[in-house]
Design a protein around this ligand. Structure first.
Ligand code: ATP
Ligand code: MG
Length: 334
Protein backbone atom coordinates (compact mmCIF):
# COMPACT_ATOMS: atom_id res chain seq x y z
CA UNK A 1 0.00 0.00 0.00
CA UNK A 2 1.07 3.56 -0.73
CA UNK A 3 2.01 5.73 2.21
CA UNK A 4 3.31 9.29 1.93
CA UNK A 5 5.59 10.87 4.50
CA UNK A 6 7.55 14.09 4.80
CA UNK A 7 8.82 16.51 7.41
CA UNK A 8 10.02 20.06 7.89
CA UNK A 9 12.52 21.11 10.53
CA UNK A 10 11.45 23.39 13.36
CA UNK A 11 14.62 25.38 12.77
CA UNK A 12 13.22 28.82 12.05
CA UNK A 13 10.97 30.75 9.73
CA UNK A 14 9.68 28.95 6.67
CA UNK A 15 10.63 30.36 3.29
CA UNK A 16 9.54 30.31 -0.31
CA UNK A 17 11.76 27.28 -1.05
CA UNK A 18 9.99 25.23 1.64
CA UNK A 19 6.65 26.41 0.28
CA UNK A 20 7.32 25.57 -3.38
CA UNK A 21 9.57 22.53 -2.85
CA UNK A 22 7.52 20.90 -0.10
CA UNK A 23 4.39 22.48 1.43
CA UNK A 24 2.54 23.34 -1.76
CA UNK A 25 2.96 19.77 -3.00
CA UNK A 26 1.80 18.00 0.17
CA UNK A 27 -1.75 19.26 -0.28
CA UNK A 28 -1.97 17.84 -3.79
CA UNK A 29 -0.64 14.49 -2.54
CA UNK A 30 -3.06 14.42 0.38
CA UNK A 31 -5.88 14.40 -2.11
CA UNK A 32 -4.35 11.50 -4.06
CA UNK A 33 -5.99 9.13 -1.59
CA UNK A 34 -2.85 7.68 0.02
CA UNK A 35 -2.44 8.21 3.77
CA UNK A 36 -0.09 11.11 4.57
CA UNK A 37 2.21 11.50 7.57
CA UNK A 38 3.67 14.97 8.03
CA UNK A 39 5.86 15.66 10.99
CA UNK A 40 7.60 18.65 12.48
CA UNK A 41 11.25 17.69 12.77
CA UNK A 42 12.18 19.14 16.14
CA UNK A 43 14.77 16.41 16.78
CA UNK A 44 16.47 17.34 13.51
CA UNK A 45 16.28 21.02 14.41
CA UNK A 46 18.46 20.62 17.51
CA UNK A 47 21.36 19.27 15.42
CA UNK A 48 22.23 22.98 15.40
CA UNK A 49 21.59 25.21 18.44
CA UNK A 50 17.96 26.14 19.08
CA UNK A 51 16.89 28.39 21.94
CA UNK A 52 14.86 26.13 24.26
CA UNK A 53 12.30 28.86 24.94
CA UNK A 54 11.65 29.23 21.20
CA UNK A 55 11.63 25.63 20.02
CA UNK A 56 8.04 24.77 20.92
CA UNK A 57 6.78 27.94 19.21
CA UNK A 58 8.81 27.05 16.11
CA UNK A 59 7.22 23.60 16.18
CA UNK A 60 3.73 25.13 16.34
CA UNK A 61 4.62 27.48 13.51
CA UNK A 62 5.49 24.61 11.17
CA UNK A 63 2.26 22.87 12.17
CA UNK A 64 0.41 26.12 11.40
CA UNK A 65 2.05 26.20 7.98
CA UNK A 66 0.88 22.65 7.26
CA UNK A 67 -2.68 23.57 8.17
CA UNK A 68 -2.56 26.94 6.41
CA UNK A 69 -1.34 25.41 3.17
CA UNK A 70 -4.38 23.15 3.09
CA UNK A 71 -3.52 19.97 4.96
CA UNK A 72 -6.53 18.50 6.70
CA UNK A 73 -5.85 16.80 10.04
CA UNK A 74 -8.77 14.49 9.35
CA UNK A 75 -6.91 13.12 6.33
CA UNK A 76 -3.25 13.64 7.25
CA UNK A 77 -1.41 12.75 10.43
CA UNK A 78 0.43 15.88 11.61
CA UNK A 79 2.73 15.42 14.61
CA UNK A 80 5.94 16.49 16.34
CA UNK A 81 8.78 14.03 15.80
CA UNK A 82 9.93 14.09 19.43
CA UNK A 83 6.45 13.13 20.67
CA UNK A 84 6.79 9.66 19.12
CA UNK A 85 9.56 7.85 21.00
CA UNK A 86 9.96 5.20 18.32
CA UNK A 87 11.88 7.66 16.09
CA UNK A 88 14.81 7.79 18.52
CA UNK A 89 14.71 4.05 19.20
CA UNK A 90 14.82 3.07 15.54
CA UNK A 91 17.47 5.71 14.79
CA UNK A 92 19.83 4.04 17.27
CA UNK A 93 19.41 0.66 15.63
CA UNK A 94 19.95 2.25 12.21
CA UNK A 95 23.11 3.93 13.51
CA UNK A 96 24.40 0.39 13.86
CA UNK A 97 23.29 -0.56 10.34
CA UNK A 98 24.60 2.49 8.44
CA UNK A 99 28.33 2.61 7.61
CA UNK A 100 30.65 5.52 8.35
CA UNK A 101 31.67 5.54 4.70
CA UNK A 102 28.08 6.19 3.65
CA UNK A 103 27.71 9.17 5.96
CA UNK A 104 31.11 10.55 5.00
CA UNK A 105 29.72 11.13 1.51
CA UNK A 106 26.78 13.32 2.63
CA UNK A 107 27.17 16.74 1.06
CA UNK A 108 24.68 18.47 3.39
CA UNK A 109 26.87 17.70 6.39
CA UNK A 110 29.86 19.16 4.57
CA UNK A 111 27.90 22.32 3.73
CA UNK A 112 26.34 22.79 7.15
CA UNK A 113 29.43 21.98 9.21
CA UNK A 114 31.51 24.44 7.18
CA UNK A 115 35.18 24.94 7.82
CA UNK A 116 35.17 23.57 11.36
CA UNK A 117 33.69 20.13 11.13
CA UNK A 118 35.18 19.09 14.46
CA UNK A 119 32.89 21.64 16.13
CA UNK A 120 29.68 20.32 14.54
CA UNK A 121 27.37 18.23 16.71
CA UNK A 122 27.47 14.46 16.31
CA UNK A 123 23.73 14.75 15.67
CA UNK A 124 24.34 16.85 12.56
CA UNK A 125 26.54 14.07 11.23
CA UNK A 126 24.11 11.25 11.94
CA UNK A 127 21.03 13.30 10.95
CA UNK A 128 20.37 11.26 7.76
CA UNK A 129 20.17 8.10 9.88
CA UNK A 130 17.41 9.64 12.01
CA UNK A 131 15.74 10.67 8.78
CA UNK A 132 15.82 7.05 7.59
CA UNK A 133 14.11 6.07 10.85
CA UNK A 134 11.47 8.79 10.38
CA UNK A 135 10.57 7.36 7.00
CA UNK A 136 10.89 3.63 7.55
CA UNK A 137 8.99 3.59 10.87
CA UNK A 138 5.87 4.24 8.84
CA UNK A 139 7.00 1.98 5.98
CA UNK A 140 6.48 5.01 3.75
CA UNK A 141 6.61 4.37 0.02
CA UNK A 142 6.75 7.98 -1.24
CA UNK A 143 8.63 10.92 0.21
CA UNK A 144 7.97 14.35 -1.35
CA UNK A 145 11.03 16.56 -0.79
CA UNK A 146 13.19 19.20 -2.44
CA UNK A 147 16.23 18.35 -4.53
CA UNK A 148 18.57 18.83 -1.54
CA UNK A 149 17.18 15.69 0.12
CA UNK A 150 17.90 13.34 -2.79
CA UNK A 151 21.13 12.01 -1.32
CA UNK A 152 19.53 11.41 2.08
CA UNK A 153 16.72 9.43 0.46
CA UNK A 154 19.29 7.24 -1.26
CA UNK A 155 20.86 6.59 2.14
CA UNK A 156 17.44 5.63 3.51
CA UNK A 157 17.09 3.07 0.74
CA UNK A 158 20.58 1.72 1.49
CA UNK A 159 19.75 1.37 5.18
CA UNK A 160 16.44 -0.37 4.42
CA UNK A 161 18.13 -2.79 2.02
CA UNK A 162 21.00 -3.57 4.41
CA UNK A 163 18.64 -4.11 7.34
CA UNK A 164 16.40 -6.44 5.30
CA UNK A 165 19.46 -8.34 4.11
CA UNK A 166 21.52 -8.49 7.34
CA UNK A 167 18.60 -9.75 9.40
CA UNK A 168 17.17 -12.01 6.71
CA UNK A 169 13.82 -10.22 6.51
CA UNK A 170 13.38 -9.52 2.78
CA UNK A 171 10.84 -6.78 2.08
CA UNK A 172 10.40 -5.89 5.78
CA UNK A 173 11.21 -2.28 5.01
CA UNK A 174 10.04 -1.02 1.60
CA UNK A 175 12.56 1.03 -0.38
CA UNK A 176 10.88 4.47 -0.51
CA UNK A 177 10.83 6.60 -3.64
CA UNK A 178 11.72 10.29 -3.41
CA UNK A 179 9.14 12.51 -5.12
CA UNK A 180 11.23 15.41 -6.39
CA UNK A 181 8.94 17.08 -8.89
CA UNK A 182 7.70 20.42 -10.09
CA UNK A 183 9.29 23.60 -11.38
CA UNK A 184 10.91 24.65 -8.07
CA UNK A 185 12.59 21.65 -6.46
CA UNK A 186 15.61 23.81 -5.66
CA UNK A 187 14.88 27.48 -5.02
CA UNK A 188 18.13 29.41 -4.72
CA UNK A 189 19.17 32.22 -2.40
CA UNK A 190 18.23 35.73 -3.56
CA UNK A 191 21.81 36.83 -2.85
CA UNK A 192 23.74 33.91 -4.37
CA UNK A 193 22.56 31.81 -7.29
CA UNK A 194 24.84 28.94 -6.21
CA UNK A 195 23.39 28.51 -2.70
CA UNK A 196 20.06 26.96 -1.78
CA UNK A 197 17.50 29.22 -0.08
CA UNK A 198 17.66 28.00 3.54
CA UNK A 199 16.18 28.71 6.95
CA UNK A 200 19.65 28.48 8.38
CA UNK A 201 21.22 31.07 6.04
CA UNK A 202 22.32 33.91 8.34
CA UNK A 203 21.25 36.54 5.81
CA UNK A 204 17.53 37.28 6.01
CA UNK A 205 17.82 39.04 2.63
CA UNK A 206 18.65 35.67 1.06
CA UNK A 207 15.12 34.35 1.48
CA UNK A 208 11.45 35.26 1.38
CA UNK A 209 9.92 34.15 4.66
CA UNK A 210 6.31 33.09 4.86
CA UNK A 211 5.97 35.63 7.66
CA UNK A 212 7.32 38.57 5.60
CA UNK A 213 4.84 41.34 4.86
CA UNK A 214 4.29 42.77 1.38
CA UNK A 215 6.87 45.55 1.85
CA UNK A 216 9.54 43.13 3.02
CA UNK A 217 8.89 40.80 0.09
CA UNK A 218 9.00 43.66 -2.43
CA UNK A 219 12.22 45.00 -0.89
CA UNK A 220 13.97 41.64 -0.95
CA UNK A 221 13.03 41.02 -4.57
CA UNK A 222 14.05 44.55 -5.58
CA UNK A 223 17.47 44.03 -4.00
CA UNK A 224 17.87 40.45 -5.22
CA UNK A 225 21.02 39.76 -7.19
CA UNK A 226 20.76 39.80 -10.99
CA UNK A 227 23.28 40.82 -13.66
CA UNK A 228 23.94 43.55 -16.23
CA UNK A 229 21.72 41.93 -18.88
CA UNK A 230 17.99 42.04 -19.56
CA UNK A 231 15.32 39.36 -19.31
CA UNK A 232 16.33 36.44 -21.55
CA UNK A 233 14.64 35.09 -24.65
CA UNK A 234 12.88 31.70 -24.28
CA UNK A 235 15.68 29.82 -26.08
CA UNK A 236 18.56 31.37 -24.10
CA UNK A 237 20.56 28.94 -21.97
CA UNK A 238 20.75 30.33 -18.44
CA UNK A 239 23.50 28.19 -16.95
CA UNK A 240 25.79 31.18 -16.56
CA UNK A 241 22.97 33.37 -15.21
CA UNK A 242 21.91 31.38 -12.12
CA UNK A 243 20.27 34.32 -10.32
CA UNK A 244 18.13 35.20 -13.32
CA UNK A 245 17.27 31.55 -13.85
CA UNK A 246 16.15 31.34 -10.22
CA UNK A 247 13.85 34.37 -10.39
CA UNK A 248 12.24 33.00 -13.54
CA UNK A 249 11.77 29.59 -11.92
CA UNK A 250 10.11 31.23 -8.90
CA UNK A 251 7.79 33.21 -11.18
CA UNK A 252 6.92 30.07 -13.14
CA UNK A 253 6.21 28.02 -10.02
CA UNK A 254 4.07 30.69 -8.38
CA UNK A 255 2.04 31.32 -11.52
CA UNK A 256 1.79 27.63 -12.52
CA UNK A 257 3.41 28.36 -15.87
CA UNK A 258 6.40 26.92 -17.69
CA UNK A 259 9.72 28.74 -17.84
CA UNK A 260 9.13 29.24 -21.58
CA UNK A 261 5.82 30.98 -20.97
CA UNK A 262 7.44 33.31 -18.46
CA UNK A 263 10.43 34.18 -20.64
CA UNK A 264 8.16 34.71 -23.64
CA UNK A 265 6.23 37.29 -21.63
CA UNK A 266 9.26 39.24 -20.34
CA UNK A 267 11.99 38.75 -22.99
CA UNK A 268 14.06 41.88 -23.55
CA UNK A 269 12.58 43.81 -20.61
CA UNK A 270 14.76 45.14 -17.82
CA UNK A 271 14.72 43.71 -14.31
CA UNK A 272 13.16 46.99 -13.21
CA UNK A 273 10.01 45.87 -15.04
CA UNK A 274 10.14 42.20 -14.07
CA UNK A 275 10.92 42.44 -10.37
CA UNK A 276 7.80 44.38 -9.32
CA UNK A 277 5.65 41.84 -11.20
CA UNK A 278 7.40 39.02 -9.39
CA UNK A 279 6.95 40.76 -6.04
CA UNK A 280 3.25 41.26 -6.70
CA UNK A 281 2.87 37.60 -7.60
CA UNK A 282 4.78 36.43 -4.52
CA UNK A 283 2.72 38.64 -2.23
CA UNK A 284 -0.61 37.52 -3.66
CA UNK A 285 0.38 33.83 -3.59
CA UNK A 286 1.70 33.83 -0.04
CA UNK A 287 -0.77 36.24 1.57
CA UNK A 288 -3.60 33.73 2.12
CA UNK A 289 -1.18 31.20 3.62
CA UNK A 290 0.51 33.69 5.93
CA UNK A 291 -2.80 35.19 7.04
CA UNK A 292 -4.11 31.75 8.01
CA UNK A 293 -0.81 30.93 9.76
CA UNK A 294 -1.14 34.12 11.79
CA UNK A 295 -4.72 33.29 12.71
CA UNK A 296 -3.71 29.81 13.87
CA UNK A 297 -0.71 31.09 15.83
CA UNK A 298 -3.06 33.38 17.76
CA UNK A 299 -4.84 30.34 19.14
CA UNK A 300 -2.19 27.71 19.88
CA UNK A 301 -4.85 25.49 21.48
CA UNK A 302 -6.11 24.45 18.07
CA UNK A 303 -2.60 23.60 16.83
CA UNK A 304 -1.84 21.74 20.05
CA UNK A 305 -4.96 19.61 19.64
CA UNK A 306 -3.88 18.67 16.11
CA UNK A 307 -0.33 17.83 17.23
CA UNK A 308 -1.46 15.77 20.22
CA UNK A 309 -3.94 13.70 18.28
CA UNK A 310 -1.42 13.36 15.43
CA UNK A 311 1.23 12.06 17.84
CA UNK A 312 -1.19 9.44 19.16
CA UNK A 313 -2.16 8.26 15.70
CA UNK A 314 1.49 8.20 14.58
CA UNK A 315 2.55 6.17 17.62
CA UNK A 316 -0.17 3.61 16.87
CA UNK A 317 1.61 2.88 13.58
CA UNK A 318 5.20 3.38 14.71
CA UNK A 319 5.25 1.51 18.03
CA UNK A 320 4.38 -1.94 16.63
CA UNK A 321 6.99 -1.47 13.89
CA UNK A 322 9.79 -0.63 16.33
CA UNK A 323 8.69 -3.52 18.59
CA UNK A 324 8.98 -5.86 15.63
CA UNK A 325 12.42 -4.44 14.77
CA UNK A 326 13.61 -5.05 18.34
CA UNK A 327 12.44 -8.64 18.06
CA UNK A 328 14.20 -9.05 14.69
CA UNK A 329 17.43 -7.64 16.12
CA UNK A 330 17.22 -10.07 19.02
CA UNK A 331 16.74 -7.73 21.98
CA UNK A 332 15.58 -9.32 25.22
CA UNK A 333 11.93 -9.33 26.05
CA UNK A 334 9.94 -11.07 28.74
P1 ATP B 1 17.70 24.21 7.18
O1 ATP B 1 18.54 25.28 6.55
O2 ATP B 1 17.51 24.37 8.66
O3 ATP B 1 18.11 22.81 6.78
P2 ATP B 1 15.75 24.17 5.11
O4 ATP B 1 15.39 25.49 4.55
O5 ATP B 1 16.70 23.32 4.35
O6 ATP B 1 16.24 24.43 6.60
P3 ATP B 1 14.24 21.85 5.86
O7 ATP B 1 13.31 21.83 7.02
O8 ATP B 1 15.58 21.22 6.02
O9 ATP B 1 14.40 23.36 5.38
O10 ATP B 1 13.51 21.19 4.63
C1 ATP B 1 12.08 21.07 4.54
C2 ATP B 1 11.66 20.71 3.12
O11 ATP B 1 11.88 21.85 2.27
C3 ATP B 1 12.49 19.57 2.51
O12 ATP B 1 11.61 18.79 1.71
C4 ATP B 1 13.48 20.28 1.65
O13 ATP B 1 13.93 19.47 0.58
C5 ATP B 1 12.66 21.46 1.14
N1 ATP B 1 13.51 22.59 0.78
C6 ATP B 1 14.37 23.22 1.61
N2 ATP B 1 14.97 24.23 0.97
C7 ATP B 1 14.48 24.23 -0.31
C8 ATP B 1 14.73 25.04 -1.45
N3 ATP B 1 15.58 26.05 -1.40
N4 ATP B 1 14.04 24.76 -2.59
C9 ATP B 1 13.15 23.73 -2.63
N5 ATP B 1 12.89 22.93 -1.58
C10 ATP B 1 13.53 23.17 -0.43
MG1 MG C 1 17.45 21.54 5.20
Amino acid sequence: PRRILSGIQASGALHLGNYLGALKRFTALQDSGAPCFLFVADMHAITVWQEPEKLAAQTREIAAAYLASGLDPAKSVIFPQSAVRAHAELAWIFNCVARLGWLDRMTQFKEKSGKHKERASVGLYTYPVLQAADILLYKATEVPVGEDQKQHLELTRDIAAKFNNDFGVPGFFPLPDPLIQGPATRVMSLRDGQAKMSKSDPSDMSRINLTDDADAIAGKIRKSKTDMGVMPAPDEALDDRPEVKNLIAIYAALSDQSREQVTAEFAGQGFGAFKPKLAELAVSSLAPVTAEMRRLMNDPAEIDRVLKSGAERAAEIADPVVDEVKRIVGFWRA
